[in-house]
Design a protein around this ligand. Structure first.
Ligand code: GAF
Length: 428
């Protein structure tokens, strides 16, 4: 098969196969591009080629930080199962303008929520003490303080070009932009991995959404022109070259306009089912099951399907990373990845049961109009679909999806180019 070595990694779903090398120390190690220096900390030294040194503390007390959203090529609901994920950062994201203040107050404003200005004393923050969008930045301040970071008062002004509840990780982008800013005005340098943990802690414990680690890691650690294979058990990262536009391919996000909420019960129920499946299989996490055959011992058909999704999606993530790293012919590689996207979507729809009608419509319409493949991204029950589309089919795909939605009287979808972009950074 032309460019065919990557195919060997896919069938059989055996994580641990011949994917890109993963360094167990958690360092990036696979390709010719500079890796994210995890010890370089919070500021402007991200993967953008900006060589200025990290600053632990900024006497000026004001700055602007940007953190991107993400799309996930493969590995949905595998993060909290300690499996593999393969996200890439978007060009779109959240900007946080952070100004230190001396009165101990945290004032939170958003250009997208102008009627919801929140002002709270930083010292009075406790889980669930702030609700709505402001809980995310407030939660970050709380989580930093719980790690003994002396977060002062601050005025934080948010702007975003990410749709909320669309499965592109607007919450993590909000958390991560604020985390970078608060750390720096507090005079503390933290590694990006530590910041990802802080941001996740804010989401889990302050907001109350029982999410995994993919979104915060993607926002803080992805690299431009790459997808990031993250082993959620070891936290090892491999940056895999991913430049679809160089191969004449568009990565298109189709926002189905059905919004989701991760604090709602279904996400937590899936997580509990996975934990129960792992318990019955005698492993701490499903990510430790290395082949789909390994889940057949589960008697309960629902638990068996949930586990099969987790194991097979991890394997697909590794297979896609291997394909991208294979040096094969781009058309072959992307056609193959498209097949895996289709498999991944079917698995999320039928085994994990987190898809929703508009996502299935978008996947079918996009594929029917010439996309190599498409799948839902994010937690499910609403949000977006990611499609890999040959550039010459992009207009046809958009039209087909729009018409399919109109035929079912669904809210018209919105489209977003998903260009693999750089991680969070200081803008000013
Ligand atoms: C959401 C969660 F926040 C992630 O942790 C992850 O589980 C994802 O859904 C599904 O892959 O984005």
């Amino acid at each position: 098969m032309p460019g065919g070595s990557f195919r060997s990694a896919a069938p059989g779903y055996a994580p641990g196969g011949d994917g890109p090398t993963v360094n167990t120390d958690g360092e990036v190690n696979t390709d010719d591009n500079a890796s994210m220096d995890d010890e370089a900390s919070t500021g402007d030294e991200a993967s953008t080629g900006d060589e200025r040194p990290a600053r632990a503390g900024w006497p000026g007390g004001h700055g602007v930080w940007f953190a991107p959203g993400r799309a996930n090529l493969m590995g949905e609901h595998t993060d909290y199962n300690e499996g593999l994920v393969l996200p890439f950062a978007l060009a779109q994201g959240v900007t946080a303008s952070v100004t230190r203040r001396d009165d101990g107050l945290l004032a939170l404003r958003s250009k997208q929520m102008t009627d919801d200005v929140v002002t709270v004393p930083v010292s009075g923050l406790s889980p669930a003490s702030v609700r709505g969008w402001a809980a995310y930045p407030a939660g970050v301040a709380w989580a930093l303080r719980s790690e003994d970071v002396p977060v002062p008062g601050a005025t934080i002004e948010i702007d975003s070009d990410l749709p909320v509840g669309a499965g592109v990780s607007s919450s993590a982008a909000l958390e991560c932009s604020v985390a970078l800013g608060l750390c720096e005005i507090s005079g503390v340098a933290m590694s990006r991995r530590a910041l990802a943990a802080i941001a996740r802690q804010a989401e889990n414990e302050f907001v109350g959404a029982p999410t995994g680690i993919i979104d915060q890691h993607a926002s803080l650690l992805c690299e431009a022109g790459h997808a990031m294979l993250l082993d959620c058990a070891t936290r090892s990262i491999s940056q895999v070259p991913f430049r679809p536009s160089a191969a004449g391919i568009v990565t298109l996000v189709i926002d189905t306009r059905v919004t989701h909420a991760l604090v709602s019960g279904e996400y937590g129920r899936r997580r509990a089912q996975c934990e129960e499946a792992a318990r019955q299989l005698g492993v701490p996490f499903l990510g430790q099951v290395t082949s789909v055959a390994g889940v057949s011992r589960l008697d309960d058909p629902v638990l068996r399907r949930r586990a099969r999704h987790v194991v097979s999606d991890s394997a697909r993530a590794r297979a896609i990373a291997s394909a991208l790293d294979s040096g094969g012919t781009p058309a072959d590689i992307y056609r193959y990845i498209g097949e895996l996207l289709a498999e991944g979507h079917a698995s999320l729809r039928d085994d994990f049961e987190v898809s929703w009608p508009e996502a299935d419509i978008a996947v079918d319409a996009a594929t029917g109009a010439g996309a190599y493949g498409a799948k839902m991204i994010g937690g499910g029950f609403g949000g977006s679909v990611l499609a890999l589309v040959p550039a010459e089919r992009i207009a046809a795909v958009r039209t087909a999806v729009t018409e399919a939605f109109a035929a079912r009287s669904a809210t018209p979808p919105e489209f977003m180019d998903a260009t693999p972009s750089a991680a969070a950074r200081r803008l000013a």
